[in-house]
Design a protein around this ligand. Structure first.
Ligand code: NAP
Length: 535
């Protein structure tokens, strides 16, 4: 699709956020188009096609709630949705709401420049039609938090003559590892999901681990039809409850400190929650991310589980995280991860003690050994939360660049707007619960808030809305203060930008929880968008 010369709203991205934003904007009578770098919809679920890719939130909750027929009619097949199923779902949504006709695929936004005289953004894109320029009153950045995949800075990467694959930019055709010698670099969520599947195919798998992460089994399987029936019968209430929880999932969190019970009782409660799978373990007490002692108790419990699952005690020891509190990095949710190290064709290479020195034409050279490989899978993560936006040259009032504004760390008001960048809104941006939550719950809240705000502006004939600097400063400070009351900042995580050399270390997500955050955003709106300069 050729982008129009002028439009009310330009949405950048056609993943979960962009698709719903486009639909919602139509609903409020705005002319809107979206552009998307991929040749299809899906965002994260379009790019991350690696074997084993699966969401860590259960299927009935990791789905849109805005359309009652959609949520009743769509049938999930597994408890946790795999990437192909999520991509099918998002394609279904695009077709069901006839969204494709307003999406320009294979199109990348290069720059967005705000014109203070007309209060309009000029967005320059490149795509199949060549370079295009579109003028839009509003820009909505639905660019995703984990959409800017990062290759590691390892010397010689380009010299590798085998197959080099990044989990976040996986090829569309199936990759068959049968008979191959494979190396995986990285043991975050992506590596932890891919490793068991690759191990089941490859002749030999070397896992290059620098830092172990905590992982809990998903206990995934075919979806329990009775469970889904119960959820579908009660969807409105469950969705409403999700919107007021901490994570945006309707789990009941035990309202008790782990330290209020005896050691035996604590163990019993951990054991009780473990087979429930995934994030449910983090709901078993209310202070796991705030109280070091409580956190240590859960971490010790999970390390004990690693001992139970891994036959070789030396390997088990290497797999136990010791350097960060549990849940201070997003906990990984796996299928057979630890048991994979009991296979004869899998080796764990501890690159902390034997660092990777270079990638050679034929494999990986560590300080102590050369590993001959046919394929290297790089599962080294993303320039998270800010990477996708900062790839564009975004210039607001006075030609000021977003890169400079965020030079010392991302600054936003509510994770929704940026001072000096009028008429630009971000979905699930830094300063909002976003990556600490069920992304779909958070995305829906942002989309609905933005749509309401744009309707408010239209009804009053206003031309621009911009976060004011004081409101932004106070919000940035509030987000920082809240995070410092938790154990989150003590982990070297991508939440802090710690995985990208030179990235400023600022804790980006809002830790106060989805419910508290929503109430705050609603309150701001009710007070005629306090903190915004509207004209
Ligand atoms: P990640 O969590 O950032 O993990 C990257 C891994 O690569 C880490 O183990 C890191 O080790 C390692 N690494 C990076 N550079 C390296 C180097 N030069 N040499 C050796 N190792 C290196 O990335 P991710 O696994 O792609 O996950 C990112 C986020 O995506 C997750 O936290 C999650 O929010 C999301 N995700 C979710 C799911 C799901 O829903 N189930 C699945 C996949 C991803 P260090 O820790 O030592 O840096």
């Amino acid at each position: 699709m050729r982008l129009p010369d002028e439009v009310d709203v330009l949405v950048v991205g056609a993943g979960f956020s962009g698709l719903y934003m486009l639909h919602k904007l139509r609903g409020i009578g705005m002319e809107a188009v979206a552009l998307e770098k991929g040749d299809g919809v899906g965002g994260t679920w379009y790019w991350n096609r690696y074997p084993g890719a699966r969401c860590d939130v259960e299927s009935p909750y990791y789905s849109y709630s805005f359309d009652a027929d959609l949520e009743q009619e769509w049938e999930w097949t597994e408890r946790y949705p795999a990437q192909p199923e999520l991509l099918r779902y998002l394609n279904h949504v695009a077709d069901r709401f006839d969204l494709r006709k307003d999406i320009s695929f294979e199109t990348t936004a290069v720059s967005a420049i705000f014109d203070e005289v007309s209060d309009v953004w000029t967005v320059t894109t490149v795509g199949p039609e060549g370079g295009q320029v579109t003028r839009a009153r509003y820009c909505v950045m639905a660019t995703g938090c984990l959409s800017s995949a990062r290759m590691p800075d390892i010397p010689g990467l380009e010299s590798f003559e085998g197959n080099l694959l990044h989990t976040g930019m996986w090829p569309h055709e199936e990759v068959d590892f049968t008979g191959q010698r494979v190396g995986v670099i990285g043991t975050g969520s992506s590596g932890i999901q891919a490793i068991p599947v690759i191990a089941s195919q490859a002749e030999n798998l070397q896992v290059f681990q620098r830092t172990p992460n905590f992982s809990v089994p998903a206990f995934n399987g075919p979806i329990d039809q009775e469970w889904v029936k119960g959820i579908k019968a009660d969807y409105p209430a469950l969705r409403e409850r999700s919107r007021h929880t901490t994570m945006g999932i309707p789990y009941q969190r035990r309202d008790q400190s782990a330290m209020e019970v005896s050691a035996e009782e604590r163990q019993r409660i951990f054991e009780h929650h473990w087979p429930k799978g995934g994030f449910r373990i983090s709901s078993c007490f209310n202070d796991l991310i705030r109280n070091k002692e409580s956190n240590d108790a859960l971490a010790t419990f999970v390390r004990g589980k690693i001992d139970e699952m891994v036959d070789d005690p030396k390997i088990a020891e290497l797999l136990k995280p010791q350097d960060h509190p549990i849940t201070a990095k997003r906990i990984c949710v796996d299928t057979d991860y630890y048991a994979t190290y009991n296979r004869d064709n899998v080796d764990l290479v501890d690159v902390k003690s034997d660092p990777i020195q270079e990638i050679t034409a034929r494999g990986i050279q560590t300080a102590g050994k050369h590993f001959e490989l046919d394929t290297i899978v790089v599962a080294t993560g993303f320039d998270a939360m800010t990477g996708a936006m900062l790839r564009m040259d975004i210039r607001g009032r006075g030609g000021a660049s977003l890169r400079e504004h965020w030079d010392a760390g991302a600054r936003t008001y509510l994770g929704l707007a940026v001072a000096g960048f009028p008429n630009m809104f971000t979905i699930a941006g830094p300063g909002s619960p976003s990556v600490l939550s069920n992304m779909v719950t958070s995305i829906e809240q942002h989309v609905e808030w933005i749509a309401e705000h744009l309707s408010y502006l239209a009804e009053r004939g206003c031309a621009s809305s911009e976060a004011n600097t004081v409101a932004e400063d106070e919000w940035v400070e509030h987000v920082r203060e809240l995070s410092e009351k938790t154990l989150f900042p003590s982990a070297n995580s991508w939440y802090l930008g710690a995985n990208v050399p030179g990235k400023p270390r600022v804790f980006m997500p809002y830790v106060g929880g989805v419910g508290t955050y929503r109430a705050h955003c609603e309150d701001i709106a009710a007070r005629d968008y306090e903190g915004f300069l509207i004209k």
